[in-house]
Design a protein around this ligand. Structure first.
Ligand SMILES: [Zn+2]
Length: 377
């Protein structure tokens, strides 16, 4: 994450998904947005993000620090489906992998940073990315009405609703897929193609790959809703699913290594795993152990951009595509748009061609910084 995201707002330095501010803001719990956990400065974020981050801290609940009292627009779907009784988790410090082997889990030693209330004049709004993800809005002397959004999307998912577009003078936005060639199909079309593939392979073990936080829960919900099944998941994903359930999002899943999982695995079954665990050798071990074909399907926005090592891949993304970045820039009315992450210069160029006053984030405050240097000479 870019150091340019330590930005002076009303003369105070804020780290926006970076460390280095006097106060740091964490937009969501993905590791590339939570560097502020390694800093000593206080942090602020949504309650759901703080709870999710604290899952890595020996279960110490983050809300023991000062919880936010301001309402955060989470826009999450309410519970609709009956929930199966959850399987007990393995003991502390243990992790059972898919084949029942146990490994030690390394726990973070550093204490959870001091969490403060949302500073006055700031408000947080749903970012539509994963549970607890927010965008930040505030009025500033430097940039007028200022909005920062880390990862976001303007499409409804199965577990998180789309982000609202906030009107502003200055917009700072993440542009992970800020390439004009990237356009994701509507989610309904993606779910239909996933359902079709799943039904064609109903006699196989289906291993669905998606990042443990956010994507895996979307996959669990897809398997519940479209395939009417409860997938087997490893402990890490089960923990995060449980956190989603605590926040009112019903998910039906079974933890690997439990008797219930063993029972399910006697027949063709679905499982959801982080992509890095799904390789040919893993699939072949499973296939051999269960005497049944095992198929791997990846769900990622990089489908069609990067080569996937899987039997199938689907463009199910938690991020905005280029069209959504353009739409946010246009509909927010921002006079200046700064882009962070990935090929932000190229994205700014493409937006400029479409009439947006866009820059790479490295340009933010550059004029003011130059003036300060000249004054000091
Ligand atoms: Zn993210």
């Amino acid at each position: 994450m870019d150091k340019s995201l330590a930005i002076k707002l009303n003369s105070a330095l804020f780290g926006l998904d970076v460390k280095g501010g006097g106060i740091n803001y964490i937009s969501h719990s993905h590791s590339d947005h939570s560097y502020a956990l390694k800093d000593n400065a206080p942090i602020f974020c949504s309650d759901a993000t703080a709870q999710m981050l604290s899952l890595d801290y020996n279960g110490k609940p983050a809300e023991e620090n000062s919880p936010n009292t301001k309402a955060v627009d989470e826009n999450i779907f309410s519970a609709k489906k009956n929930i199966k009784k959850e399987s007990p988790l393995p003991g502390p410090g243990e992790k059972e992998d898919f084949l029942g082997r146990q490994n030690k889990i390394s726990k973070r030693k550093k204490p959870f940073p001091k969490r403060i209330q949302i500073p006055p004049s700031f408000s947080l709004h749903n970012a539509g990315h994963i549970l607890g993800s927010t965008q930040l809005c505030t009025n500033t002397q430097e940039y007028g009405k200022f909005v920062y959004t880390g990862d976001f999307k303007l499409r409804d998912g199965l577990t998180v609703k789309k982000a609202p577009i906030l009107g502003c003078d200055t917009l700072v936005a993440e542009c992970t897929y800020g390439n004009a060639q990237v356009a994701f199909p509507p989610p309904g079309e993606v779910y239909e193609s996933m359902e079709k593939w799943a039904k064609q392979n109903k006699n196989s073990i289906q291993l669905w790959g998606g990042y443990a936080t956010g994507k895996a829960q979307e996959l669990v919900k897809f398997i519940n809703t479209y395939l009417d099944e409860a997938p087997v998941v490893p402990e890490k994903i089960a923990k995060i699913c449980s956190h989603y359930k605590n926040n009112g999002i019903s998910l039906d899943y079974v933890q690997a290594g439990t008797n219930e999982a063993q029972e399910i695995m006697r027949s063709p079954f679905c499982a959801v795993f982080p992509p890095h665990q799904l390789n040919a050798s893993f699939a072949s071990q499973l296939s051999h152990a269960h005497r049944r074909d095992a198929k791997v399907a990846m769900a990622t926005g990089w489908t069609g951009i990067r080569r996937m090592s899987a039997h199938a891949s689907f463009p199910l993304s938690d991020h905005a595509d280029f069209g959504e970045i353009l739409r946010y820039a246009q509909e927010s009315g921002a006079k200046k748009v700064y882009l962070a992450h990935g090929k932000n210069e190229a994205c700014a160029k493409e937006l400029k061609k479409r009439g947006i006053n866009a820059f790479a984030i490295e340009q933010i405050g550059k004029k003011e910084k130059m003036q300060a240097i000249l004054q000091n000479q």
